[in-house]
Write a new protein. Structure first.
Length: 174
C-alpha cells in the first residue's frame, strides 16, 4: 500500500503538530529547587547532545512562566517519567497547579528528584538559543542515575502510554 502524501505548508500548525506527533518521545519533568520551593515543568523534547562533554538539551515555550524560575536556579534535575506518570505529566503542564502535591521527592545535586522516576539527570544550565516560539536549553550533566526495572512514559500521536502499549496498536484500536 502506498501512503497518501499530503503536501502542506509547515506554517499550518495543526498539520505540523500532527506530522511531528508521529515521532514517539520520552516525557520528562524538569525540576529545580527555587528559594520559594520546588518548581518544575513537563517536557517531551529532551535529548542527549554530547558524550564529551556530557550535554543534554530540551525546549521550553517562550510563554512558560516556570522556565524563568528554573533558569534563576542555574541547576536542575531532569526526571525521566515512568509509564504510570501520565497524570504527573499532565499536572506539570498546567498553570496554577501544585505540581508536587502528593509526590515523593528526594534531594539531588540539580534539584528535586521524583522518587519513582525512571532516571535522574542532574544538570547545570550551559546556554539558551532562541528558536521561534521556544527556547532550546543546553545543559551540562553533573550526575545521573537510573532504575533498570522501570518503564518510561512515552508521548505518541497525542497520547501518553508505555512502549508495550504502543507496540501492537493500530489506528483502529484507539
Amino acid at each position: 500500500m502506498t501512503p497518501q502524501c499530503r503536501l502542506a505548508s509547515p506554517s499550518d500548525p495543526a498539520h505540523f503538530r500532527k506530522v511531528l506527533g508521529r515521532l514517539p518521545t520520552g516525557v520528562v519533568a524538569v525540576c529545580a529547587q527555587h528559594r520559594d520551593g520546588p518548581v518544575g515543568m513537563a517536557c517531551n523534547s529532551f535529548t542527549s547532545v554530547s558524550l564529551d562533554p556530557a550535554l543534554v538539551s530540551f525546549s521550553v515555550a517562550v510563554s512558560s512562566t516556570t522556565w524563568p524560575l528554573v533558569r534563576e536556579c542555574g541547576r536542575l534535575c531532569v526526571n525521566v517519567l515512568a509509564a504510570h506518570h501520565s497524570t504527573v505529566a499532565r499536572r506539570f503542564s498546567l498553570r496554577g497547579e501544585d505540581r508536587f502535591e502528593g509526590l515523593g521527592l528526594h534531594p539531588r545535586v540539580g534539584g528535586p528528584g521524583l522518587d519513582d522516576a525512571v532516571a535522574w539527570i542532574d544538570c547545570e544550565i550551559e546556554s539558551e538559543l532562541d528558536a521561534g516560539d521556544h527556547v532550546i536549553v543546553l545543559a551540562r550533566v553533573l550526575a545521573l542515575e537510573s532504575r533498570p526495572d522501570a518503564e518510561a512514559l512515552l508521548f505518541w500521536d497525542g497520547r501518553y502510554g508505555a512502549f508495550t502499549e504502543f507496540r501492537n496498536t493500530t489506528k483502529e484500536d484507539r
